[in-house]
Design a protein around this ligand. Structure first.
Ligand code: DLL
Length: 431
């Protein structure tokens, strides 16, 4: 089912005309209302979509410098809601919405929920955090628009999640993939049966995850798992989401115009080439952004999807450009390590990368937990048990083949890797 066929299945030519009209209106709007944009855009004109490539980028540092309200394109009194990023690296980044912007958000979230197979009347368990983070409220509002029954559980408090999952019997779950795995694991440890909760669908996002985690989630809960992408600066969750074909994430590109650039040169790359996603908002009024560098690494496809939607699609996000590690001269994303580890059946989907920069050449240690069956077979955990040692050698060899690096790999005792209640921390820096 398609939530809004007129918008989601619009022929490509009509879509591009709409994008151009909305882009020109956005440029007019920000020039008129925001000094920052007026100064940077100068007299640049956009007569056709490719002219966008001539405009300057906006970076996260620009948002921090304009903190809190320097990028508002409406008077503060007309802002209906403000969200913000956690701001671990200094001041938080502010996201502001007019009432109309919140409507756009509900619309794109309704599309993403419907594309994943959620329906009016389904009960939705929201395990994303509520508050300044956009996950909880974004899902909440979009699901209400669809006509779902929303349970705003928020993140944290594992016992409360177990109780409500068992008693309310939700049809749809939304949360970070790492927190969902943690819920399944802890429920099973207490004798519960995650597969018998009756869940049908899960929507997961807010952090990179691979098909290995998808399989782990689908097995653990007996669900179909869908990827949903977004960022607070652009709107929150709902910028893009998978449909039932699960062949890339449909970008709501009548509202957010995507480009892929070479992160070093800034040049626009053709569809299919991997690079950094750049987004331009086409309908936002409170805080429109032109050519915002997301830092997220992916590819774009403009081919129509077999589901009937005609939007651009993006591949799963591989990671953020600033999460890329350079180990012995090799570029490595944590998601590449994840993909390899999760292909080894005897390993659990709990891992972390420990980077030691004190050494002259950065050293990388990969820590991963064994699967519960292995522990059962070995009669408990011992790092020097022959089965654990052989598993360690095999996994290290797989990693070497996949990455070209001889990585130090340690099999650690079950539950050594910290579990996350929100976005998982995959990389620990030492030294
Ligand atoms: O994480 C919004 C969101 C909430 C998306 C719930 C999906 C579900 P921020 O906290 O601003 O917003 O973080 C945005 O998280 O630039 C990506 O690096 C990462 N990210 C978000 N979704 C995905 C995904 C929310 N599906 C940043 N896959 C983005 C990989 C993702 N990374």
């Amino acid at each position: 089912m398609i939530w809004n066929s007129a918008a989601e299945s619009m022929p490509r030519v009509a879509r591009e005309q709409l994008q151009l009209d909305r882009l020109q209106e956005t440029l007019r709007w920000v020039r008129e209302h925001v000094a920052f944009h007026r100064e940077r855009l100068g007299g640049a004109r956009v007569g056709a979509l490719p002219d966008l490539a001539g405009l300057p980028f906006v970076r996260k540092t620009d948002l921090r410098e304009q903190y809190p309200f320097g990028l508002l394109a409406v008077p503060r009194r007309e802002v209906a809601r403000i969200h913000a990023s956690s701001g671990t690296k200094g001041k938080p980044t502010v996201a502001a919405y007019t009432a109309g912007d919140l409507d756009v958000w509900r619309e794109v979230m309704a599309r993403a929920l419907t594309a994943a197979g959620a329906r009016r009347g389904d009960l939705l368990h929201v395990a994303f955090g509520y508050g300044l983070f956009t996950g909880g409220l974004g899902f909440h509002d979009g699901a209400e628009r669809v006509g779902m029954t929303v349970v705003p559980v928020s993140s944290g408090n594992t016992a409360r999640h177990h109780l409500l999952l068992q008693d309310f019997k939700p049809d749809v779950f939304a949360g970070t993939p790492s927190f969902a795995l943690h819920l399944a694991e802890t429920l099973a440890e207490q004798g519960g049966k995650p597969r018998e909760l009756g869940l049908r669908i899960g929507l997961f996002g807010a952090e990179p995850w691979t098909d290995g985690i998808r399989v782990a989630l689908e097995r653990a809960f007996g669900i179909s798992a869908f990827d949903i992408y977004g960022l607070s600066e652009i709107i929150g969750p709902g910028v893009a989401g998978e449909c039932e074909a699960r062949d890339g994430l449909h970008i709501a590109d009548d509202h957010f115009l995507p480009e892929i650039i070479d992160p070093v040169s800034g040049a626009v790359l053709a569809p299919g080439r991997e690079g950094e996603l750049v987004l331009t908002t086409l309908t936002k009024r409170a805080m429109p952004l032109v050519r915002y560098r997301t830092g997220d690494i992916t590819t774009l496809s403009l081919e129509p999807c077999r589901c009937g939607r005609t939007s651009a699609r993006m591949a799963r996000v591989k990671g953020r450009s600033d999460d890329m590690l350079i180990v012995k001269g090799v570029n490595l994303y944590p998601s590449e390590v994840e993909r390899t580890l999760l292909a080894v059946d005897e390993l659990a989907p709990h891992y972390q990368l420990v980077v030691d920069r004190a050494a002259t050449l950065a050293r990388l240690e990969v820590q991963v937990e064994p699967a519960p069956e292995v522990i059962a077979r070995c009669g408990g955990f011992a790092a020097d048990h022959p089965e654990i040692e052989s598993l360690r050698r095999r996994a290290a060899e797989q990693l070497r083949q996949a990455t070209g690096l001889s990585v130090e790999l340690t099999i650690v005792a079950p539950r050594t890797i910290p579990r996350s209640e929100g976005k998982a921390v995959r990389v620990i820096e030492r030294g």
